[in-house]
Write a new protein. Sequence first.
Length: 143
Amino acid sequence: MKLVIGNDHAGVEFKEKIVKALEEKGYEVINVGTNSLDSVDYPDIAALVCEKVLDGKAKYGIIICGTGIGISIAANKIKGIRAALVYNEFTARLSRLHNDANVIALGARVIGDELGLACIETFINTEFEGGRHARRVNKIEKC
């Protein structure tokens, strides 16, 4: 499975750990984030990740900033993206199960490495439930 990951300057170290762990598990990871601690604008990173998801070059996107808030807001402005800011495995699972999220957002300054990786694994291994949730996702897509 191909994944795309992007981060701002606050998420460099966190991103590096995630990429290493995912690649060790056999995932192909496209890195469009910064590798520098120099300040970058997270909306630009969100756009790069979302572009890869929307054009089918990656199945899911992973976006990281300090809190995950700003980058998730930026991603959700892009038509066709359903970015979920998650903070535990339960929210990661429900973001896929009920919301068919295609991008997971994490806060490098608020979530630990192990929990972040667990959230990503849960996210990418949970299928959308459909049913009544499909009706709601369709309404989101019309916004």
